[in-house]
Design a protein around this ligand. Sequence first.
Ligand code: ADP
Length: 487
Amino acid sequence: MTGESHHQSAATIYIDGRWRPAESGAEFDVLNPADGSALGTAADGSEADARAAVDAAAAAFASWSGTTAYERATCLERAHTLMLERAEDLARLMTSEQGKPLKAARNEVRYAADFLSWYAEEAKRVYGATIPSSRAGHRFLTMRQPVGVVAAITPWNYPISMITRKVAPALAAGCTVVLKPAEQTPLCAAAVFQVLHDAGVPAGVVNLVTTSDPGPVGDVLLDSEAVRKLTFTGSTDVGRTLNAKAARTVKRVSLELGGHAPFLVFGDADPRHAAKGLGLVKFLNTGQACICPNRVFVQRELMDDFLDVLVQRVTAMKAGSGMDKDVSIGPLIDEASMAKMQRQVKNAVEHGAKVLTGGERLTDPQLQGGQFFAPTVLTGVTPQMDIYYEETFGPIAPVVAFDDEEEAIAMANDTTYGLAAYVYTQNLSRALRVTEALRFGIVGINDINPTSAAAPFGGTKHSGLGREGGPQGIDEYLDTKLVGISL
Ligand code: ADP
């Protein structure tokens, strides 16, 4: 790290180009979820810090929005280079603070950096249009302009990429930003902001307020007239509340919320390939991703073959600290999450589900300091069980049998969520038919990684509003201005 750094103290608030502690002086501890040990402290920001951050972002908006797209692109390219140079440090910090295995953390840092370079390029392609007028001697044109100050609120599960996914398109568009990261992962956020600082992003353009108590800071951001846009990734409940608050000042809003991804395996699929795919995407980040499958629908004739491979793979997964080689199951983020896993399994079993593997907290002595839940496969899951409708956000794969395509589609769509869905089949017509019928924003066909900085990610129904990534991702930070001209 170069220049000023937040590492010496709990100076994790970054406003107007400077690291500083909370105005109140308060701090909070940051824990390693793998063993409960203290990892460091963060500044515990409150309303005063949030207001200062909004003021700085508002003051910087005129000059930043007046820079050329090429200047903004250069800043983002430098940030991209620096993030890759620091990739190993960032990945290790992420594993310590959030818990995912180091290999997954390295992947996330690369994914995070992709947004910086992709939007550095996209900044140069913010085009307007000329529109033929029906009136002689009259012309129309459109310009696309940055919406203004952006409030960004991000979650703990992808503590680095969820920041660049918002900040990169916002900066590319010419917006300035105040970001409030999750209370579980303030150090990752500070490390990303150090990258932006060192890349030469001017003072006031990006501002960070860490806090242990998101409500008051969030309220300042949402009530501010200067803040013209809210971008949020997190739970559907919180997103809904923030959306209602944002409505009071009629902000632009984009929301990436919860998911309940169906994973459909048709009788013509390769059961081994499908089971391998499920094992990877279901247990990604220990099931703590919004695109993790939440119900697995398998055509009856393939069930035994599919389960054989799945159970074998799941049973072989090793849980532990993400720093240990060979670990694929990290800790859950907190006790509340552990309690939810235990409740969902208990409720499913009470209603007749069978636990094929896992189903309980892991109690090996070396796992005592963290919350580790055994990777679990449940069969015989029915709509009477909580897990059939409720998001799990943990390492439990509930499996349901189906008989025909129509039934599978109906069951898959029977959810208030609409983020990701997965279809395994060798039949192209079926793949397209089913994809068109699924009411989800993202569909993977024989594919468990339908995400990229270049592609629009987002949900339908209670999974959210708007898209992140791709050309759509920058639209969220731009207003269209219509200009009529009488010649
Ligand atoms: P999760 O269940 O994944 O922790 P949350 O929706 O609770 O998801 O958290 C996502 C983000 O929303 C975090 O940054 C968190 O601090 C923030 N958050 C939670 N409650 C509020 C609130 N009342 N106002 C503003 N931000 C909030």
